[in-house]
Design a binder for this molecule. Structure first.
Ligand SMILES: *Cc1c(COP(=O)(O)O)cnc(C)c1O
Length: 387
């Protein structure tokens, strides 16, 4: 008998991707910055509300563009959480800058705004807010601090497509925002990303950096008679095939997120009695009402229990995974960065966190199955009537 498997995640195809890709092929121009790129960028600008969006081949690339635009150079410091993906830090290390890691808040696992000011030195150039699981950082506080100290505020909104903080789309609040369309995210194009340029003063330079350091964009608009090398840059733009795939996904972004929110709320409601009994901890945000439900996580009581829970789920065909080996004490982290204090919440969350399966065509019955297995784990030996 083959056992049924519930994967941790899987890429979701909405249906119109190949149709748009066929259109892109028939348009006869497949390089970047064509019709579908324009459609996606306009979609992002209108639906998120930002001045300018540029598609990139990944969120990593968008972060690298942000580091160039923030004029971060050797020795400059950039404040960010250690509880994040490597690209948040790497983008700045590539420019010779030093990531300065600050601890996270236990409710959101996002940068603890109350610790940021004390980490600022005369070398600090920027703060990177990472919206973990698509839940907002305390953007009002971070904006206030950055404005007071003349710092760039950059949002790593890789996980946060169409998530909001008080009506403002995440990624549109800082000077620059970075989105990911990697196949593990809610809205996907295989590999893909976007840079949101919220500060209009940065748009012209962003277009040059995006087009390999040339003013090709201005040339295409007829603003200059020939295009030439203007600045540093690279090939940050994706092909039209990627943009065509992405456009189909963007059109379904809200419905994808709505379905994920249902699944998230089902998990939250089902597991809440275990939290009330002190057996585990659920995300402490918004009473179980997620923004875009990118991740559903829970915290076990110890690392040992976490390892046992993941193994127990695995035996029953359910793939659950931990998250973020912190950056500050990783081999590259020790070489390139520094931490402010010992980051106790970061270390603790990293040891106890489990992410449960959540993907865009997951069914309610599957969430129920995962919850039943979790109940069996936590209540083994106790009468089931207790729950
Ligand atoms: C996924 C992710 C990235 C990287 O995105 P890519 O598109 O794969 O480059 C960066 N930061 C965070 C927080 C992420 O979750």
């Amino acid at each position: 008998m083959t056992k049924k498997v519930i994967p941790f995640g899987k890429p979701f195809v909405v249906g119109k991707e190949l149709f748009y890709i066929a259109q892109a092929v028939m348009n006869g121009s497949l390089a970047g910055d064509g019709e579908f790129t324009e459609l996606c960028q306009k979609w992002l600008e209108q639906n998120l509300g930002c001045n300018k969006a540029l598609l990139t081949h990944s969120c990593t690339a968008a972060l690298e563009m942000a580091a160039i635009l923030a004029d971060v150079g050797p020795g400059d410091e950039v404040i960010m959480p250690s509880f994040t993906f490597v690209s948040t830090a790497n983008a700045f290390v590539l420019r010779g800058a030093v990531p300065v890691f600050v601890d996270i808040h236990e409710d959101t696992l996002n940068l603890d705004a109350g610790l940021v000011e004390a980490a600022i030195t005369d070398k600090t150039k920027a703060v990177v807010a990472v919206h973990y699981a698509g839940q907002p950082c305390d953007m009002d506080a971070l904006k206030r601090i950055c404005d007071a100290h003349g710092l760039f505020l950059i949002e790593d909104a890789a996980q946060a497509i169409l998530a909001r903080d008080k009506q403002r789309a995440l990624g549109t609040i800082g000077h620059l925002g970075c989105l990911s369309f990697h196949e593990t995210k809610n809205v996907i194009s295989g590999e893909g990303g976007a840079l949101l340029i919220n500060d209009p003063r940065l748009i012209e330079r962003a277009e040059i950096i995006w087009q390999k350091g040339t003013n090709r964009k201005a040339f295409a608009r007829g603003e200059v008679s020939k295009y030439t090398w203007m600045d540093v840059g690279s090939s940050f733009l994706p092909s039209e095939l990627t943009a065509a795939f992405l456009y189909a996904q963007l059109e379904h972004g809200e419905t994808i997120n709505a379905h994920r929110r249902h699944l998230y709320e089902q998990y939250f409601t089902a597991l809440r009695p275990l939290e009330i009994d002190g057996l585990l901890t659920l995300p402490g945000t918004q009473d179980g009402k997620p923004e875009n439900a990118h991740i559903f996580y829970l915290l076990c009581r110890s690392e040992t229990q976490r390892t046992a829970l993941i193994a127990h789920l695995r035996e029953q065909g359910v793939h659950a995974v931990f998250h973020y080996v912190p950056l500050h004490d990783s081999p590259a982290g020790l070489r390139y960065s520094r931490a402010v204090g010992d980051l106790p919440i970061t270390c603790d969350a990293s040891r106890r966190l489990v992410r449960l399966p959540l993907y865009s065509d997951m069914q309610a019955t599957q969430v129920a199955e995962v919850c039943a297995i979790i109940y069996a784990f936590f209540t083994a030996g106790k009468p089931s009537s207790t729950y």
